[in-house]
Design a protein around this ligand. Structure first.
Ligand SMILES: Cc1cc2nc3c(=O)[nH]c(=O)nc-3n(C[C@H](O)[C@H](O)[C@H](O)COP(=O)(O)O)c2cc1C
Length: 181
């Protein structure tokens, strides 16, 4: 199969990682893939914060668990947010901007990272749940700690590393496509 198609079809959300950190060369390739993504009007209104500080990721995960517990959803194990991956890439974007597709752009970059990771033999999972923390009173603290540029807010994140687990491909929904010919 064509290598791009193979990466697309073999990619899975992997939710378990070893402690082995990414090399600088691997990080360069992942970020290169992110920055090569298309954006509306080539605006590139995004920022990538590569967070590898275990204490900070654990602190964030504990805050997440507390917020979820407070919201009545039951407290998930803190490891259920970043799955103990050694690297999380947070993508942020301007709070206000004239690009109505800015979150789409961030999502496309995120998928580029996921596909690059797949092609490099790494695992990944896109995570939107950190939004809960960024929307809480702790949001500004982490935006600063993670180095979001002034006036930027969280869009999406992706967890990357050497996965220790995998899963089946997700079932493909019926009726998701129609043709007008
Ligand atoms: C925008 C977005 C947000 C997501 N947020 C989370 C998340 O917070 N935690 C998680 O474990 N998976 C998250 N996922 C992964 C989805 O659950 C996963 O893509 C879906 O179940 C299909 O499985 P697959 O990725 O293995 O094909 C997210 C995926 C997307 C695209």
């Amino acid at each position: 199969m064509n290598e791009v198609l193979k990466a697309i079809h073999d990619r899975r959300s992997t939710r378990g990682f070893s402690d082995v950190q990414l090399t600088e060369a691997e990080l360069d390739q992942l970020l290169g893939a992110a920055l090569a993504a298309p954006t509306a009007r080539n605006t590139q209104m995004w920022h990538f914060s590569v967070v590898q500080n275990r204490e900070l990721l654990d602190e964030f995960s504990r805050d997440f668990a507390q917020i979820m517990a407070k919201n009545g959803g039951g407290a998930p194990a803190p490891d259920r947010l970043f799955y103990r991956a050694p690297t999380v890439i947070f993508i942020s974007r301007p709070e206000t901007c004239d690009n109505r597709f800015v979150d789409v752009d961030c999502g496309i970059a995120c998928e580029n990272i996921a596909l690059a990771a797949q092609g490099m033999g790494l695992g990944s999972v896109i995570v939107g749940l950190p939004m809960q923390v960024f929307l809480s009173e702790r949001g500004a603290y982490y935006a600063e700690k993670f180095g979001f540029p002034e006036g930027y807010r969280f869009s999406i994140a992706i967890v990357v590393g050497h996965n220790t687990v995998t899963k089946e491909a997700h079932p493909v929904g019926e009726g998701k496509v129609n043709f007008v010919r």
